[in-house]
Design a protein around this ligand. Structure first.
Ligand code: SF4
Length: 216
């Protein structure tokens, strides 16, 4: 992937307006991404960097399109995710999937992950220290997938990126530049399950974050 980037940059520097990438190169690129994700998955299953490893059934890396332009990021796996090894598969996940589909897309068009890869006991909020320990894994995923928009689901995910408390009811809908990508802050679907009036807002935020990444 790095080599492909370098080659594209060299060609752009040489004055090419557009560059055709063959299917073979695309396939190689995707295979390389899959290889890195598989290695990351191996690392998190063995990781003991924070105390969350003690209660996990398994760590949950994330899933979806490795070429996605939008990543949806929550705080940590819950009980269903811990059992199944997949992100956002419980009630909150079903709501997220429904709202993505209402935007005219499929869940598999995007990549879905969490800040912490292991379930906190009793689904408590991960501590800032735990998030800090786990963040390098997510950062690597972001580098590999290379999305334009990171749609952050909830104040805790916002805090992990911004290193400060986030007042999500005030700040949702904000677009923030983060290392050349756009952070889009919105509610966590679990909050919306407790506050059904917020569903329309989350639906609109999901739609907008997709529109920013895929302008028509
Ligand atoms: S939450 Fe992250 S840092 Fe903590 S043990 Fe799990 S994989 Fe490692």
């Amino acid at each position: 992937m790095e080599n492909l980037r370098k080659h594209v940059k060299i060609l752009m520097d040489l004055g090419f307006d557009y560059i055709l990438v063959s299917e073979d190169m695309y396939e190689m690129d995707l295979k390389e991404k899959e290889k890195i994700m598989s290695e990351l998955n191996r690392q998190i299953q063995e990781c003991k960097k924070c105390d969350l490893y003690e209660n996990r059934t398994q760590a949950v890396l994330g899933e979806g399109n490795l070429n996605a332009k939008v990543m949806f990021i929550g705080e940590a796996p819950g009980g269903d995710e811990d059992k199944q090894g997949r992100p956002f598969v419980g009630r909150a996940g079903k709501l997220l999937t429904k709202l993505i589909e209402k935007s005219g897309y499929k869940r598999t068009d995007f990549y879905i992950a969490n800040i912490c890869k292991c379930r906190p006991p009793g689904n408590r909020t991960p501590t800032p220290w735990e998030m800090e320990q786990c963040f390098p894994y997510l950062k690597k995923q972001i580098e590999v997938i290379d999305p334009k928009v990171l749609c952050l689901l909830g104040a805790t995910a916002g805090r992990a990126f911004l290193n400060r408390n986030v007042a999500i009811t005030k700040e949702r809908g904000s677009l923030i530049n983060w290392e050349g990508r756009i952070l889009y802050l919105t509610y966590h679907p679990a909050y919306v399950l407790r506050n059904p009036n917020a569903e329309k807002v989350l639906e609109e935020d999901i739609r907008k974050s997709i529109e920013i990444a895929y302008p028509s």
